[in-house]
Design a protein around this ligand. Structure first.
Ligand code: UD1
Length: 421
């Protein structure tokens, strides 16, 4: 199995180009099931999760032509069946994103339940309840969600008890072809949700409230959509991860191809810690801090601090002068990086969903295990200041979401190699 070997890299420099957002690419790919024309998508991140969803679409009958690793054209005219099989879905929870589009287009689908997940129970009950509210009859049989809406889905009022990103995306896609008006209250408003709404809106679906918590979607009543070419927005979490890498090593690095507006929660927190920024329209240079002040984070929905950045900031907290506290509000079991950071010498104590990190801790390289996508990136960030060598195992987690991680880090001056055990 591949692992990453990283040597202490006291100072980074140079530029890194940020890839397309994985979490935007996935719903966009799923949404192509709603289109009658060929859809070309650019700026896809070259990561395993995108390949997994493309494979799932191909399995359903979508015709996909790859132009290069970050751009493809797909045509969903000849869907051969509506069954999203376990073998593919188990690799990636976000496969649940085909539920809404398949059900609204065909009035029937079978989607394997995604099953357990490294960062907590992560149920899909809210997706299912919303589809039922839109007129679907849903049964769980043999590990599959079997959904049927004879005569098609109908617009409905959907009130989400909890804000859910993929849940909102599923309902938005379901509502796009439904009959009548769907009113979503408490919708997620992450930039990835906004991009999905903007694409659907320019493809023939009237949507009101884009960017807010309340959306009104006027379904086409089954008429398929016409998509213009799409460019996936930049990955704010990849950008934030490189900022943490620069921050922990007191380096000045520049990120290119970013959307500064999407990064506010991350850059605000770094400013609070002591860093500065030079910003231009689509790039950003991190300016080192004199001293690193400790901080507090509470993860919340956008525009709050993203849960997907919590682990990387925890690595950074180990080098801050004082005690930092991180409260995880979205996922109950998203602290699995703690024990691995402790193996490197971090002083972290856990109580419920609060982690208390005492700095400054001298870190020392060790063998550590990646446990989920963002936990793994925290280990990469910490390894940059760990004496000697850190070996990060199970990096298939990183490959799910970070394009060319070792090439990009090496470009910034990190001593990193991918090896095989
Ligand atoms: C998405 C992102 C993920 C990010 C997360 C939160 C994608 C592909 N993934 O995941 O990177 O960490 O948003 O920003 O976009 N919940 C339920 N029932 C449901 C659905 C969700 O109880 O049916 C709960 C979850 O357990 C969690 C909370 O709602 O506690 C938010 O989860 P959700 O926004 O749905 O996360 P994902 O969409 O899976």
């Amino acid at each position: 199995m591949d692992y990453l070997q990283i040597k202490k890299s006291p100072s980074l420099q140079g530029k890194v180009s940020i890839s397309g957002a994985k979490n935007s690419a996935l719903p966009i790919l799923a949404a192509t099931l709603l289109s009658q024309n060929e859809v070309t998508i650019h700026n896809l991140p070259d990561v395993a999760d995108v390949k997994t969803l493309a494979k799932l679409l191909e399995h359903l009958g979508v015709n996909i032509t790859w132009h290069n690793p970050t751009s493809l054209t797909c045509h969903a005219q000849n869907i051969v069946h509506q069954r999203a099989i376990y073998d593919i879905v188990r690799k990636m929870r976000a496969s649940i994103l085909v539920l809404g589009p398949l059900l609204s287009r065909f009035g029937y689908c079978e989607v394997s339940l995604p099953g357990g997940c490294a960062i907590g129970a992560r149920p899909v009950d809210l997706h299912i309840k919303a589809m039922e509210k839109m007129g679907a009859n849903i049964q769980i049989k043999g590990g599959y969600i079997i959904a049927e809406a004879k005569g098609g889905l109908k617009g409905a009022d959907i009130l989400f008890d909890k804000i859910t990103v993929t849940g909102s995306e599923n309902v938005i896609m379901a509502a796009a072809l439904a009959q009548g008006k769907t009113h979503i209250i408490n919708a997620a408003k992450e930039p990835e949700v906004v991009q999905l709404c903007e694409i659907l809106s320019s493809s023939g679906v009237r949507i009101e409230g884009i960017g807010g918590n309340e959306l009104i979607i006027y379904g086409t009543g089954g008429e398929l959509l016409n998509f213009a070419p799409i460019r996936v927005i930049p990955d704010r979490i990849e950008a934030g991860t490189y900022l943490c890498a620069g921050a922990i090593t007191h380096s000045s690095i520049t990120l290119e191809n970013i959307e500064n507006n999407h990064l506010s929660a991350i850059t605000d927190k770094l400013e609070e810690i002591g860093f500065g920024f030079n910003k231009s329209e689509h790039s950003l240079t991190l300016l080192p801090a004199k001293t690193l002040k400790p901080f507090e984070i509470i993860t919340t929905e956008y525009p709050g601090f993203p849960t997907d950045m919590q682990a990387q900031f925890m690595a950074l907290a180990t080098q801050c002068e004082g005690t930092s506290v991180i409260e995880e509000r979205l996922f109950e079991n998203r602290f699995m990086h703690v024990s691995e950071l402790q193996r490197l010498g971090a002083d972290i104590s856990l109580k419920g969903n609060h982690a208390t990190i005492k700095g400054v801790s001298p870190l020392v390289g060790a063998d550590v295990m990646a446990t989920d996508l963002r936990a793994s990136s925290a280990l990469v960030v910490a390894s940059l200041v760990s004496e000697g060598t850190t070996n990060i195992h199970r990096i298939y987690h990183l490959d799910r979401g970070y394009e060319s991680l070792e090439r990009k880090l090496a470009q910034l001056g990190v001593n990193i190699v991918r090896l095989r055990s």
